[in-house]
Design a protein around this ligand. Sequence first.
Ligand code: NAP
Length: 267
Amino acid sequence: MELNKVYIYKNNNKASAEAAEKFRDVMESQGVEVTSNYGEADILVCIGGDGAFLRFVHACGFPRQPIVGINTGHLGFFQELRAQHIKSFHRIISEDRFTIQKLHPVSACIVSSRGETTVLGLNEVLFRGPYTHLTHFTIQMGDTDIQDFSGDGVLVSTSAGSTAYNYSLGGALAAPELDALQLTPIAPMNTNAYRCFRSSILYPADMKLTLKASERTSRDKIEVVYDGLSGVFNNVHEIRITQSPITVDLIRLESYNYWEKLKSKLL
Ligand code: NAP
């Protein structure tokens, strides 16, 4: 791949500022322009951790160009390069010694008093009541109502997001190439009054999931959180969740090994 222009995004820590300066110097010494307009770049470079990566993707509106992450954060599941790769980066790209990992965001269409609002999550979208209020949803998988859920809320994770909030809630770790979504309950009630599933449900990504708010819940506010961003909705009637047709292209080195990453970061 020909590399003429790159765009650099960084978070606000010292290590990221140093890495950005080094990356800029190396690119310019190798004849690659560093542009301040991400729309005209061949490759987008994101310096920070996974949190910075998520903020960058949302700020750029899920850009179409390939993105490469330089990790200066704690985990760095999305991030691929370390500072020592910077000098050889141009050669790796021009010799096509990389692969593209396609990430598929989850999309949620919230039908409320505002009309229909769609949000995307690269990691996840979650729906919960305000403060300590219970939420009551009828969960529909495809065309089948499977349960009247009562609890703090539910989270729908992508495979790439399975190592994030989903994992803390007891959800399964899903290999990133698994074309699936995962519905994970948040503090489900299990009493004589309410019986709710406790484990995650891993389901095919082309299946439609619908959450229908009960009358009680639709009178309440619902908070929708997607990759750490959030919005509050009144009179939510239903939420339709699908896999988005948009993809985010992530550059991976030939040495990329998901299982090694998982082992070193989580296990
Ligand atoms: P943030 O402070 O930017 O990120 C929170 C932590 O989640 C950071 O350690 C981050 O790693 C890690 N993370 C993000 N995406 C990940 C992934 N795909 N796999 C593994 N770890 C990942 O927080 P934020 O801006 O509020 O939210 C961003 C993300 O944080 C959300 O999408 C959510 O998944 C996660 N989160 C988790 C919990 C929880 O586990 N209880 C609670 C809230 C939010 P880096 O250190 O590399 O940035």
